[in-house]
Design a protein around this ligand. Structure first.
Ligand code: XMP
Length: 514
């Protein structure tokens, strides 16, 4: 597998902290050009390399007016490399190259129509003269720098897209990377192929290369593989098996799994010919979570207990294997300071970093996105049931309970979640939905069951569709379907008095509640 070759033509994305920066990389890779993400303030040496064919400045939450505005090293404009600024990125271009950015009079947010101007072909190619794009900004470019002209305008932004074709500098005020900009990928492709002249060398496939790579890294050592039964770790377990290295698969049952999930996972892993040791650590996890309500603290505790159990199984010469994906490892930019970090990831716990320093961690998927791993799973002929399994977060049902975790609440949530999932499968909607789950709100609502007033819990149902889990839409179930699920939950799960269906998009909502 050509997972990464530093000689491969690459588009480097400088991350200014946008929630959707990863999507830029994903879109570029979709047309087989290698893309990587680095923090906006990365040293110039990282950028000034022959394989970096162009640079993209991402969006971000900051304003160029702020005291601590996030700005890249100004030498990037002297490297002779094409540059494309997206959203905040266009403002960086205008601000640093002598143009002007003004406080907008009105926020421009959501679907917006832009009209292209003459001489915009190089960036916009064959795309329509008038097209819909996704805007999300307040500041606007009020005067482009010398050498730049406007390529497109919206009602609010006269400089919705600008270019200095001599220097190959381009900027767009809208987000090219989100699916709400229908021609966004085409425009990124024009930039990467026609302007940067990057070669289409990237592919996540070539299994034989992947297997060889595992062999080279592991040799005769033993590998401990953390196998959760999710898509990524299962596909990796199969690759490890095919590589013929010595592997011990361990499955940690944290007591926070769905109804009967541990048994089901063990059964299908066995069917795949994988030997797996199941470690029942439910008590350990539940004891450490008692009375903890803060979501981040829950994640930290679960991560810590998991790592303790994992490390107790890694012998002093063993290697550790993890199904870590690219989105888990990108060094995210904290434009707003430390509070910007949204979720803690145990794949990068201090113990794992220590093993990494001595070359004892293998993560063959760390350059890949989930759909790329799914493609490998399909190539390995794994059953659809595994390849298309919905993601399920490591902290499991603990982050589905909006409050402290108790056995009683876990039980209720498991039953409600099972009813929801059962009905989804029965209606043959599982593959149409990217992720579905129930959550339990610990604030109570009144209900009347029989003739009795009952203060019960509220169950929240969430089902979304998405390509990449960075943006998402809620799934439009029929009223009959929702009525059926709600009735079943109210009737079958004692202690629940309300069922609510969540119709919040991401953004602004996230997929999970906490
Ligand atoms: P959000 O809620 O951020 O979720 O929109 C995006 C994707 O990440 C999953 N998720 C997690 N996965 N540990 C995980 O391993 C976590 O703490 C966690 N929180 C959310 C979520 O299920 C969705 O697929």
């Amino acid at each position: 597998m050509k997972l990464i070759s530093y000689k491969m033509d690459t588009i480097l994305i400088l991350d200014f902290g946008s929630q959707v920066t990863q999507l830029i990389a994903r879109r570029i890779r979709s047309f087989n050009v290698h893309a990587e993400i680095a923090p906006y303030n990365v040293g110039i040496d990282r950028i000034d390399k022959p394989e970096i064919k162009g640079v993209i400045l991402s969006g971000g939450p900051a304003s160029v007016f702020g005291e601590n505005a996030a700005l890249p090293d100004k030498q990037i404009f002297e490297l002779g490399k094409p540059i494309l600024g997206i959203c905040y990125g266009i403002q960086v271009l205008a601000h640093m190259l002598g143009g002007a950015v003004a406080r907008g009079v009105k926020r421009e947010y959501g679907a917006t129509s832009i009209k292209r101007k003459a001489k915009s072909e190089k960036l916009f190619g064959e795309t329509p003269k008038e097209q819909t794009v996704w805007m999300s900004h307040f500041d606007i470019v009020s005067k482009p720098p010398v050498g730049f002209s406007s390529l497109a305008a919206s009602v609010i932004s006269p400089f919705a897209a600008i270019a200095d074709p001599k220097r190959n500098f381009y900027g767009v005020q809208f987000h090219l990377e989100v699916s709400h900009t229908p021609y966004g990928t085409q425009i990124l492709k024009n930039f990467a192929l026609k302007i940067c002249k990057a070669k289409q060398e990237w592919t996540p496939r070539h299994l034989t290369d992947a297997i060889e790579k595992i062999w080279r890294e592991v040799g005769s050592r033993s590998v401990v593989h953390a196998l959760s039964g999710g898509v990524d770790s299962t596909v990796l377990a199969i690759l490890l098996k095919k590589s013929n290295v010595k592997v011990k698969n361990i499955f940690v049952d944290n007591g926070l799994l769905r109804l009967n999930e541990a048994a089901q996972v063990m059964a299908y892993l066995k069917k795949l010919g994988l030997e797996v040791e199941r470690i029942d650590a439910s008590k350990q996890f539940l004891d450490s979570l008692r009375e903890i309500t803060d979501p981040e603290q829950k994640r930290k505790i679960i991560g810590r207990v998991f790592i303790e159990i994992l490390m107790a199984n890694v012998g002093k010469d063993d290697m550790l294997s993890q199904g870590t994906l690219y989105p888990d490892v990108i060094e995210s930019t904290k434009v707003h300071g430390p509070s910007d970090k949204i979720k803690t990831h145990h794949n990068r716990a201090p113990e794992v970093l220590e093993l990494m320093r001595t070359g004892r961690v293998i993560e063959p998927f760390k350059e890949l996105f989930k759909d790329e791993v799914r493609a490998i799973g399909t190539e390995l002929e794994l059953p659809d049931e595994i390849v298309w399994r919905h993601p399920f977060p490591g902290p499991g049902l603990a982050i589905g309970i909006l409050g402290d975790v108790t056995e009683e609440r876990l039980d209720m949530l498991r039953q409600a979640d099972e009813i929801f999932m059962e009905e989804i499968k029965k209606a043959k909607l599982y593959r149409k939905i990217s992720e579905a789950f129930a959550a339990l709100d610990t604030s109570r609502a009144v209900g009347v069951k029989g003739d009795e007033r009952e203060y019960g819990y509220m169950i929240l149902l969430r089902a979304i569709t998405t390509d990449d889990f960075m943006t998402a839409d809620w799934y439009p179930f029929s009223h009959d379907f929702l009525a059926c699920v709600a009735n079943r939950i109210i009737n079958e799960v004692e202690g629940v008095t309300r069922v609510l269906y969540d119709i919040t998009q991401k953004p602004p909502g996230t997929i999970r509640y906490i």
